[in-house]
Write a protein that binds this ligand. Structure first.
Ligand SMILES: *Cc1c(COP(=O)(O)O)cnc(C)c1O
Ligand SMILES: [Zn+2]
Length: 439
């Protein structure tokens, strides 16, 4: 299996071109660079370094000088991720193209939750990304990948998904006029399956877990059957990942152009966490925020905790696991960005922690009860970890903390259905109401 994946990577890498064709306009994106050896490549549908097989990421020519002008431009931009178009791998006229325009979701000051957790009032915030068009943060990343797919001439959009990505790709493809064919583990929650299928694209269940799905997609990319296909999180992964930077941009802007002291982020592949850090670093370099210390914390479910286990053991490598947890959107046993997550959490003085399925359910209900936000199991994982780290003293309750809610509880109803039902069923009269003890 491992050998086959390498073969797929090598055949992709051989498609590398030296200069970016003139037809490719991805705004400030200047090329791709290897995260391991720094080698530069032209913009194209490649994701692994030809020399060392390291992952590629987008490198930029950013506007320099005038941070005040850039800030004004952003503030006057649309109320979606395209306000940050000058910092993303997208053409300048991106907002006028057909897409779902995700982002600019609410940053909720969670004072009731803060009180319960012993955090100073005004210091705890929930970045609520369930407010995106397909109710998860995945709309942000797909919106970037679609622009890359247009630029490279792909006609079919695809992905390997733990659920939310499949829905985000299906919806964005429908709006933008692409064909879509997406792959998921066959045993996902009904909410995720229906949501991914309803947009009319092809939805294929694979008999296996996410890591099997991902391996299959890598094989498909190296095969003629996958020609003309843009896999948003595989051969378009460098562009896809950049969408998560917008979470960092929005959080800082919504806090008055200020970096929060502590951020708690869920980990599946680890892409989101690493790109939030990249986004903060860019804001510092561009002079849009003051350079100050911040800590990044990663959250996993105990039933799929390869990064958390490595963090606690002091390891630099992540040993793959077989996932078994209700947090299915985070159930990636072999996370591609795991080692980079470890670097970032250690460098910033943060941590990676995990919680049990029971703690995940408790946290879902805690957030709903205190702030009126219904999160999916991934959000329960993130809040559960935040609570655990506050109690352990690793998160300082006197400092500003942002907890990211990446998805919507309506997609994972089964997690709470056994403990969230009707208080009573009564006849339609007052006696019956009184008898039930509800008066
Ligand atoms: C995909 C996903 C994540 C995290 O994904 P990464 O692969 O780590 O970027 C978090 N929450 C939800 C709800 C997701 O769907
Ligand atoms: Zn390299």
């Amino acid at each position: 299996m491992r050998k086959m994946r390498r073969k797929g990577l090598a055949s992709m890498a051989s498609q590398t071109v030296v200069t970016t064709p003139d037809t490719v306009d991805l705004g400030p994106a200047a090329g791709l660079s290897c995260r391991e050896c720094g080698e530069r490549f032209a913009l194209g549908p490649i994701f692994a370094c030809e020399i060392c097989f390291g992952p590629l990421e987008v490198a930029y020519d950013f506007p320099s000088g005038d941070p005040e002008g850039l800030r004004k431009r952003i503030e006057n931009g649309p109320e979606n991720i395209w306000r940050y178009a000058p910092l993303l791998p997208v053409p300048a006229d991106v907002a006028s193209k057909p897409n779902l325009n995700p982002g600019w979701t609410k940053l909720v000051q969670a004072d009731n939750l803060a009180r319960e957790l012993g955090v100073e009032p005004g210091k705890l915030h929930v970045k609520d990304d369930s407010g995106n068009p397909t109710h998860s943060f995945k709309d942000r990343v797909v919106a970037q990948a679609i622009e890359a797919a247009r630029a490279f001439g792909f006609t079919t959009l695809s992905c390997s998904s733990t659920g939310n990505l499949a829905g985000a790709v299906g919806a964005a493809a429908a709006r933008a006029g692409f064909r879509s064919c997406v792959f998921i583990p066959h045993d996902l929650e009904q909410g995720k399956v229906v949501m991914a299928a309803v947009y009319g694209g092809e939805l294929v269940g694979i008999e296996g877990n996410y890591d099997d799905v991902n391996r299959f997609c890598s094989e498909l990319i190296g095969d003629p059957a996958g020609e003309g296909w843009g896999f948003v999180n595989v051969n378009l992964r460098p562009y896809y990942g950049e969408g998560s930077k917008t979470l960092a941009y929005e959080i800082c802007e919504q806090l008055g152009w200020r970096i929060p002291d502590q951020i708690v982020i869920p980990i599946a592949s680890g892409s989101q966490l690493t790109k939030i850090d990249k986004g903060i670093q860019e804001l510092i370099k561009l002079g849009l925020v003051e350079d100050r210390p911040y800590k990044i914390f990663g959250a996993q479910a105990e039933g799929c905790s390869p990064v958390s286990v490595a963090f606690k053991a002091g390891h630099d490598v992540v040993r793959p696991q077989k996932p078994d947890t209700i947090a299915k959107s985070l159930a990636i046993g072999n996370p591609a960005d795991g080692p980079y997550v470890l670097d970032i959490c250690r460098r910033t003085g943060g941590a990676v922690e995990d919680v049990t399925d029971e703690q995940i359910v408790d946290a879902i209900k805690l957030l709903a009860r205190t702030e009126g936000i219904f999160t999916e199991t991934a959000g329960g994982t993130t809040l559960g970890v935040a609570k655990k780290l506050i109690e352990a003293g690793a998160i300082d309750p006197s400092l500003t903390t942002v907890v990211i809610n990446t998805g919507d509880g309506l997609k994972t109803l089964d997690a709470v259905a056994p403990t969230a039902g009707m208080s009573a069923v009564i006849r339609p009269n007052l006696d019956s109401f009184r008898e039930a003890g509800l008066a």
